[in-house]
Design a protein around this ligand. Structure first.
Ligand code: AMP
Length: 566
């Protein structure tokens, strides 16, 4: 397929705000897309060139992009920057640059989707000395061959800011609409849940679309666990009182809610993989967990999950998550970290044993199986502390015991529930000790004053509106960080700047912060309609992405529970 056809699609998607219309447009496009390019196209319409779980990154920030545009169009760096500042979008800036270029290149060759895709993938392989120049050349080559509109989307894809509004729900619904032949509502629901399930296991809508097209629902349902590949996990919904759950379900399986790193342990013979809930592969970072898994998991092949906690060797109490998080992305001194920050794994679920899938098995029976296949080592690799009862008093006591043991709270799980991916499944609840902090996405920042002019010191924080897919600002936060944390934030945010006006910058939403505050007030100053009063930094939530940040509804309900706002 020619890339111009895809660029036309992007532009149509960008023009229509309605989710339904976008789904229709995309579904029609997928039906007509050539089979051999379908996977690439589905990734590209999400603004990606690698599936979600891939660790590959294109590593191109706005500065490098401006240089590449200048090189490709012959316009001065200054004039490219001007256009960027005026439009606030490098995609529109490149488009204007190409249009205003004096000479257009003759004998342009037509860009194909595959050519663009392969070259974008290539960007992630360029490393080492001179890599900046080589990346710039590769990008310039693409821009030189592109029409203005093609360049708009190539540039936006590279900097990871496609702006056509194709959230995951739209991709899922378009795949269903494109490849389900029937009009029946029931079949549509079945097909949708098969698409969702396959995606939860494969983490790649490209692959899912291909299976849906070639093998229909049967093929999707056949997708099983893939040892060695990450998957989505089941998450809990916050409740205020234990009785909210016991009243509805009676008996529950209550477990300590540990404040550590979710770890999915996959074992196949001598090989073990460790994944986080964000599908990151942390096998190399935790050789101690790999060793424990080898010793303590009796099944030849299995997938189990639990929470890894950093433990203070002196007191035996859990270390704060910030301490453990130093190990999560560590690339060097791994052995040293193993000694400095020892971990404890608390297992709470099992998804697969020796080829048998346990997703459809009830939790109480999954627990029995977990018991069977684990030979625990106390304090190192053990089953999560649990209590099964319908008695709220006993649960209260257990809850206080968890808090006294410096754990975060309790998880309350329904004994006959199956394992369902995602958060809104209604069979797993969480209750935390203190008034809940909010996990919010950084969408902007401002440069500091005086001695801090080279640091981004104030952060615009936003909650998520799942209905519109938008991130809505709820305040600026600038306190609670150490010098080191300001530096770390500046370094991370600098790479993600997408717009700059005076001292203010807009950044690609990537970083989620846990934010404390004194109260939530209604406010007309921020898009969400709410403002956090006295927001303060608690920690960077490295384990969460923007799609997992707290929602507008959560902000609203917390504001009510504090009795301060409507
Ligand atoms: P939250 O991050 O507040 O949404 O809470 C969900 C997280 O709690 C999960 O991703 C787990 O990492 C963690 N967690 C701790 N203990 C448990 C447990 N017993 N069962 C399930 N999740 C747990």
């Amino acid at each position: 397929m020619e890339y111009s056809t895809l660029a036309e699609l992007y532009s149509r998607l960008e023009e229509v705000p309605s989710k339904l219309k976008k789904t229709e447009i995309l579904a029609e496009f997928l039906v007509n897309a050539p089979s051999n390019e379908l996977e690439k196209i589905v990734l590209l319409v999400q603004g990606k060139v690698f599936p979600g779980h891939s660790e590959n990154e294109l590593g191109v920030a706005s500065q490098m992009m401006m240089k590449s545009i200048s090189k490709a169009t012959g316009l001065s760096a200054h004039s490219v920057e001007d256009k960027f500042k005026k439009t606030g979008d490098l995609g529109l800036a490149v488009e204007e640059c190409i249009k205003s270029r004096k000479q257009s290149t003759l004998l342009k060759r037509k860009l194909s989707v595959s050519h663009v895709f392969e070259n974008l993938q290539k960007l992630s392989t360029i490393t080492g000395s001179g890599s900046q120049d080589r990346k710039q050349s590769l990008i310039s080559e693409l821009i030189v061959s592109a029409s203005p509109i093609e360049a708009r989307y190539i540039v936006r894809t590279i900097i990871g800011d496609l702006r056509v509004g194709t959230a995951e729900g739209i991709i899922r619904d378009s795949i269903v609409k494109a490849f389900l032949k029937s009009e029946s509502k029931e079949e549509k629901n079945q097909f949708t849940s098969a698409v969702e399930n396959a995606w939860s296991l494969l983490n790649d809508y490209g692959e899912v679309a291909k299976i849906a097209k070639e093998h229909g629902i049967k093929g999707l349902e056949k997708v099983g666990v893939q040892l060695g590949k990450p998957m989505q996990v089941m998450l809990g919904i916050a409740v205020e009182k234990i009785e909210d759950v016991t009243k509805e379900f009676g008996k529950v399986i209550a477990e300590y809610k540990y404040d550590g790193m979710r770890v999915i342990i996959e074992k196949k013979g001598n090989k073990t993989w460790l994944f986080t809930r964000r599908q990151e592969d942390v096998t190399k970072q935790f050789p101690d967990i790999v060793d424990l898994a080898k010793k303590c998991l009796k099944a030849d092949e299995c997938i189990v999950e639990g929470e890894a906690l950093g433990i203070d060797a002196k007191t035996g109490y859990p270390l704060p998550f910030q301490t453990l998080s130093q190990r999560v992305h560590r690339k060097y001194d791994i052995e040293k970290m193993v000694k400095e920050i020892p971990v404890q794994v608390n297992l709470f679920d099992v998804m697969s044993v020796n080829g048998k899938s346990f997703f459809e098995v009830q939790l109480k029976d999954r627990k029995k199986e977990l018991n069977k296949i684990v030979k625990p080592i106390k304090g190192k690799f053990q089953l999560a502390k649990a209590l099964v009862t319908d008695n709220p008093k006993e649960l209260e006591k257990f809850y206080r015991e968890a808090l006294a043991g410096k754990q975060e709270g309790l998880m309350l799980k329904v004994p006959d529930s199956t394992y369902t991916f995602g958060r809104h499944v209604g069979t797993m609840y969480k209750i935390k000790g203190v008034m809940e902090n909010l996990d919010l996405v950084v969408i902007g920042a401002t440069w500091g004053e005086g001695s801090r002019t080279s640091w981004l010191t104030s952060y615009e924080i936003a909650c998520r509106d799942p209905n519109s897919g938008k991130l809505l600002s709820c305040g600026m936060m600038s306190t609670g960080l150490s010098e080191e944390e300001y530096k770390q934030m500046t370094e991370s945010l600098r790479k993600s700047i997408i717009e700059e006006k005076g001292k203010m910058v807009k950044v690609k939403p990537k970083i989620v912060l846990e934010v404390g505050y004194q109260e939530i007030q209604k406010s007309v100053n921020y898009e969400s309609g709410f403002a956090l009063r006295f927001p303060r930094f608690v920690r960077i939530r490295e384990d969460k992405g923007p799609e997992e940040a707290d929602t507008l509804d959560r902000v609203k309900s917390l504001s009510k529970s504090h009795g301060k706002a409507g």
